[in-house]
Write a protein that binds this ligand. Structure first.
Ligand code: AMP
Ligand code: MG
Length: 400
């Protein structure tokens, strides 16, 4: 089977996926989701001219010959509507966020004044026109685009939507993603492994990766190496979930029944991808439900999720650019490899040193050695060749 370059393999996956249904969600729930409507500001933000500081609203012309004393004729709190109009020689004590009174054209900070008693204040220096006034519409004008359709929504968007008075926004629905482990050698939590058995690590890890990708992970449990058990688990999952992630059973072994079952009930593509780790990868659909068949070795599962499942699931969530983000970095040590026709994804730590983001391998890089990979902040992308020398440039894909 010819090796498929990574970009091509990912393109094949993304081409078969579409953004999910659109529904209205309460704004508090939307971080991690993708907006499916544009939002325009219904009004100016801020809605009125207001002060950025605690101080005194005044007429700047009165301070041309500062130091100067002014009469304090009112106190204006945030939330109050001023009832005064400033005449020459007067000012109003004012609190951050309060409405600028009529007649005022600048604000002086408390720190630049002195209380001289008798409802008078000394302004030490001339105050420029407009000082410390936040004009209406300074953030958004009525009608301005506040959130474009297709935006990955964040906590800051929640604040912005609340500012605009919205309680909900139309988004692509959060995908539910079933995660299943397969293998007779695996035992679940709380079960002591018999000789020859190991604990199932991938299911918990992949559920956690689903959380981080913004989808809702559904635990489909541990399925034995048995064709009937795997088939009924797959069929039920395809009904219940928007997508399925499996690990194990997709390579060349005698008991790789996942491969046999999916080969029968799903429209699958079995790929040998030109990458290390995570060379075997399967993708297809049971009816309309996508299935990501990740390799069983824990590090391969992790890397395969980041390189294929995460982008695919993000596409299902409406993400306009689900490709893994690549960031330029510098090799902190020699990172050597041999030419083998594959792109290597080396688990690295990241550190900010001088002006550079410095990447260093985390240690043991075997696909069964999760301990070292667990300390990684990123995958360093090493194109086919000899690797990179200390101080050389490389790209990394952040994973934590
Ligand atoms: P397989 O792809 O099923 O041949 O599995 C490859 C390797 O990954 C074997 O050593 C399995 O024991 C191991 N493996 C498969 N699934 C899991 C899992 N859920 N947790 C930990 N190791 C696993
Ligand atoms: Mg297996």
């Amino acid at each position: 089977m010819p090796l498929v370059p990574y970009e091509e393999a990912l393109t094949r996956v993304l081409h078969r996926l579409e953004p999910g249904e659109v529904l209205e969600a309460p704004i508090r729930s939307v971080p991690g989701l993708v907006g499916a409507q544009e939002v325009r500001s219904p009004e100016d933000v801020p809605p009125f001219d207001n002060t950025a500081v605690d101080g005194f609203a005044l007429r700047c012309g009165d301070t041309d010959g500062a130091p100067v004393e002014l009469d304090v004729i009112a106190t204006i709190a945030a939330g109050a509507q001023p009832e005064v109009t400033l005449a020459a020689g007067t000012c109003a004590r004012i609190m951050t966020g309060a409405v600028i009174p009529d007649g005022a054209d600048a604000v002086v900070m408390v720190e630049d004044t002195e209380d001289v008693g008798g409802d008078r204040v000394l302004v030490r220096r001339p105050v420029p026109r407009g000082a410390h006034i936040r004009p209406a519409g300074d953030d958004l004008r009525g009608g301005d685009l506040a959130v474009a359709a297709g935006t990955r929504l964040t906590a800051a968007h929640v604040g912005l939507l609340a500012t605009l008075g919205l309680t909900g926004i139309r988004v692509h629905r959060r995908a539910t993603v079933g995660v299943m482990s397969t293998g007779d050698e695996l035992v679940g939590p709380g079960v002591p492994p018999a000789p020859g058995q190991i604990r199932d690590s991938n299911r918990q890890m992949l559920l956690a990766l689903c959380d981080r990708a913004g989808v809702e992970g559904v635990d489909l449990g541990l399925v034995a190496d048995d064709e009937d058990a795997i088939e009924s688990a797959m069929r039920e999952a395809a009904q219940r979930c928007d997508a399925i992630v499996t690990s194990g059973g997709v390579s060349m072994g005698d008991y790789d029944y996942v491969k046999a079952v999916l080969g029968r009930i799903a429209d699958m593509e079995w790929m040998q991808v030109a990458i290390k780790p995570a060379k075997p990868f399967a993708f297809g659909k049971i009816g309309p439900t996508p299935v990501f068949g990740l390799p069983g070795n824990p590090v391969s599962s992790l890397v395969s999720f980041e390189l294929f499942a995460r982008p695919g699931l993000r596409r299902m969530m409406g993400d306009p650019d689900p490709h893994p983000l690549r960031v330029p970095a510098t090799a902190g040590v020699d990172i050597r490899r041999r030419a083998d026709g594959k792109t290597h994804f080396v688990r690295v730590t990241l550190a900010n040193e001088a002006d550079a983001l410095v990447a260093r391998p985390t240690g043991a890089q075997g696909s069964h050695q999760l301990a070292a990979s667990a300390t990684a902040a990123a995958l360093a992308v090493l194109p086919d060749g000899e690797g990179v020398a200390a101080g050389g440039p490389l790209q990394v894909i952040p994973i934590s």
